[in-house]
Write a protein that binds this ligand. Structure first.
Ligand code: GLN
Ligand code: ZN
Length: 771
């Protein structure tokens, strides 16, 4: 029998983001439910046809979601937050949980808040967090999964449904009632899972993929124990003819818990050997004799062509050992890859031959499966398929000796400012002449339709470079005037030239490739289009200097230069697979270091290096954190350390929870850090206080995600609160994040109040000091 090939899931957005546009049309009331449903059905049909055409043993169902697959699971289990329960569960329930129900939509009460959203492990996908309370019940109530299984069967496919497993579902949720142990819900939850399995059995399903990605975390023993209990209960009724369970893990190794896993009553195990190749030997050795082993060899999270020739060689002995029990698969769901490389007609032929997007990855699996089964044509095809990978390895355009040398020469002194903060602060005070409680913003100003059109026209060649620059400079001029009128102390140029804080640098550094349709779902209808690191990175010419210098020429106030940090650029792009993340981060750091030096020479005395993603890059296992943090911090410091003591380096981060990494945040040694704190009512400052954070801090005093205009009094209160954690001499006054998603009227109103709040406190606190 042929080697079993399958994927853990396929992107649901459609090759040209059809689902996004349909969803947004539906939300605006321009599309009705049948029209939305038709878009979903056609995406699923296309995805399944592709899998069948490539001879995958199963097509995967249950990977399609209108908004999020974790939310699907909640609906399937009839597990809906109390505030969203009014009558039957339907599509509106789904979207209300995901997006909140506004007051306008519902006049009866204040509107029901959306559920929280959080990152899916260490990916850039966000899921809707299930909410658990002590009296929760579960009752299978949403037929989408069963309908889609039927739909696939009717289209003539052998279907393998995917479920998020009960332990991961519980673990990834949060408790909303105090003092209660989520695990107490498990027995009931498993009963609902049993019902689901029974229904799938009745539909004729032979295998179910049950995802338990939390097995790759460092789980507490109670959770591990719960696996045994739950799966025993789930399989209690397992009799002849009922579906088999493939327990699926991904994103990291599970060897820590291998003994626990192999004791579970399931029928097979999937491991991710892309993120953790070292686990393969141990797992295959310890595999129970009647289990299948699904080996995830095709990277679901990146865009690179698989080295099929090498994989074939690696898998052949395993095939000999396991025979039919060897399955091959994508490492994780292909949800995290863009959909179709064949749309990228602008890419050079060489570049085309380096990549594989989701569709191409399915083809790779089909080919690899056939080759493993001894098909000589497929074996030859695998060999040919790997040739560009070898050529690329030898290319000096990819592996640039001069960049390598510079990276090799990195040492501690390159990553250290010439003086410690306390001394730098004295120089900076003298050079910058900033008032007590200086006011500033985080970088971007409203990206109006006009600005977006300007960039689009330039990109599409409808506007000459000089015309583009002239109009852009007019926007910068306007932003500067507005800031001067508001009385801000440290100004910014507004980032009108940037579509996105990472893509802009990717387009202007050598070593990156951007795509036209390489979209990946971030959450709901939102997609991102990460650039790809394709070669050693270098800066061929200054990137931001002209804009910052021009902006500085318009004002006697300080103009803050604005860069995206090395770690954030790395975290928000598709990295190379042939060199370590650390090396790419260091290359970026060196490029940015040169930019810092050039900005400084051009008369920019304050430079912000944004690192909002530094925490996202953390590996899944705590024991791997420090190694990452060490090189991440070093990269930032390399970038910052071309600054002389008089030059003030800022950084900005916008995520919650600094506790875990506060030492590393301090180790960045930025002169000033601006952070998001307003939504937590300054609670996030606790970590800084507890740690006795030594440098200056700008705790965000208002939430830029909301159009509401914060009052002066409100911000005064927040600043007073902040001053209890951080000495006022080291406080800055600024919003939580950049303002690009806001309009000018609300931005100006909010900043006017913010400046007034700072002035009030200056007067108040100065008076207190004099007394
Ligand atoms: N400087 C960027 C901006 O203002 C920072 C964005 C971010 O932190 N995500 O838009
Ligand atoms: Zn931010």
């Amino acid at each position: 029998m042929a080697t079993t090939t399958h994927i853990l899931g396929f992107p649901r957005i459609g090759e040209k983001r059809e689902l996004k546009f349909a969803l947004e049309g539906y939300w605006r009331g321009e599309l009705d439910l049948p029209q939305l449903a038709a878009t979903g059905a056609s995406i699923r049909q296309e995805n399944w046809t592709l899998q069948a055409d490539n001879q995958l043993r199963f097509v995967t169902a249950g990977d399609f979601a209108w908004y999020d697959h974790v939310l699907n699971m909640s609906l399937l289990l009839g597990h809906v937050p109390q505030r969203h329960r009014d009558g039957d569960i339907d599509m509106d329930t789904l979207f209300n949980i995901a997006r909140g129900q506004s007051r306008q939509e519902c006049s009866c009460h204040d509107g029901n808040a959306a559920s929280e959203m959080t990152k899916w492990f260490n990916t850039n996908y966000h899921y809707i967090v299930p909410e658990f309370s002590a009296d929760d019940t579960f009752k299978v109530s949403w037929s989408q999964l069963f309908d889609e299984v039927d739909e696939a069967i009717q289209q003539g496919h052998q279907v393998k449904p995917v479920l998020l497993g009960p332990l991961s579902y519980l673990y990834l949720g949060k408790s909303v009632t105090a003092e209660f142990d989520r695990l107490s819900l498990l027995p009931q939850l498993v009963i609902a899972y049993q019902t689901i399995v029974d229904k799938l059995a009745a539909q004729g399903v032979a295998w179910i993929q049950i995802d338990e990605p939390i097995l790759a975390l460092e789980l507490e023993p109670v959770w591990l124990d719960a696996f045994q209990t739950a799966y025993t209960q789930l399989q209690r009724k397992n009799k002849q003819g009922s579906p088999k369970l493939l327990l699926t893990t991904y994103f990291d190794s599970i060897t820590d818990v291998l003994e626990r896993v192999t004791a579970l009553p399931v029928d097979g195990l999937h491991i991710d050997v892309v993120s953790a190749p070292q686990q393969l030997d141990q797992v295959s050795e310890k595999l129970p004799a009647d289990w299948v082993l699904s080996v995830g060899v095709i990277n679901g999270r990146n865009v690179w062509r698989a080295d099929l020739a090498a994989l074939l060689k690696q898998l052949q002995p395993l095939k000999a050992q396991l025979g039919e029990r060897l399955w091959i698969a994508s490492s994780c769901s292909l949800l995290h890859s863009p959909v179709d490389l064949s749309l990228e007609t602008d890419l050079s032929e060489a570049m085309q031959s380096w990549f594989a997007f989701a569709r191409q990855k399915v083809t790779e699996l089909g080919l690899l499966g056939a080759a493993l089964d001894g098909d000589t044509q497929a074996i030859e095809a695998c060999r040919k398929y790997s040739l560009p990978i070898e050529q690329r390895r030898a290319s000096q355009q990819v592996n640039k000796p001069h960049v390598r040398q510079r990276v090799e020469a990195i040492n501690e002194s390159l990553a250290t400012r010439s003086l410690p903060y306390q001394q730098r602060a004295i120089y900076q005070q003298e050079a910058l002449q900033l008032p007590f409680l200086p006011t500033t913003t985080i970088g971007s100003f409203p990206q109006t339709g006009e600005i977006r059109k300007l960039r689009r026209d330039f990109r599409q060649g409808h506007l000459s470079e000089s015309d583009y620059k002239t109009v852009l400079k007019a926007h910068i001029h306007e932003a500067v005037e507005r800031q001067e009128a508001l009385g801000l102390d440290v100004l910014v140029h507004g980032e009108a030239e940037r579509n996105d804080m990472v893509e802009y640098f990717a387009e202007n550094l050598s070593g990156f490739q951007t795509t036209r349709f390489g979209w990946v779902q971030s959450y709901g209808s939102r997609c991102v289009k990460p650039a790809i690191i394709v070669a050693d990175i270098e800066r061929e010419k200054p990137i931001t200097v002209e804009w910052s210098q021009y902006a500085q020429s318009l004002t006697s106030k300080q103009m803050k230069g604005m860069l995206t940090g090395p770690v954030t650029i790395l975290c928000w792009t598709f990295p190379r697979e042939d060199i370590p993340r650390k090396t790419m981060s260091q290359q970026l750091a060196l490029a940015l270091r040169d930019e810092v030096a050039d900005l400084q020479s051009a008369g920019i005395d304050i430079i912000q290096i944004d690192e909002p993603a530094i925490r996202e890059g953390l590996p899944l296992k705590k024991r791997d954190h420090q190694t990452y943090l060490d090189w991440a911090v070093q990269s930032f410091r390399i970038a910052a350390s071309s600054a002389v003591p008089q030059t003030q380096i800022h950084t900005h981060m916008c995520y919650s929870e600094f506790n875990e990494i506060i030492e590393s945040v301090a180790a960045l040694d930025a002169d000033v850090i601006t952070i998001e704190t307003s939504r937590s009512n300054m609670e996030l400052l606790d970590a800084f206080e507890a740690f006795n954070y030594p440098n200056e801090i700008g705790p965000g005093v208002y939430d830029i995600h909301s159009p509401n205009i914060p009052s002066q009094a409100w911000m005064v209160e927040l600043l007073k609160k902040a001053s209890q954690a951080i000495p006022a001499e080291r406080l800055w006054v600024n919003p939580d994040c950049g303002l690009k998603t806001r309009g000018w009227p609300e931005t100006e109103a909010a900043l006017r109040n913010m400046v007034a709040a700072a002035k009030t406190l200056r007067a108040h606190w100065k008076a207190q000091v004099i007394v």
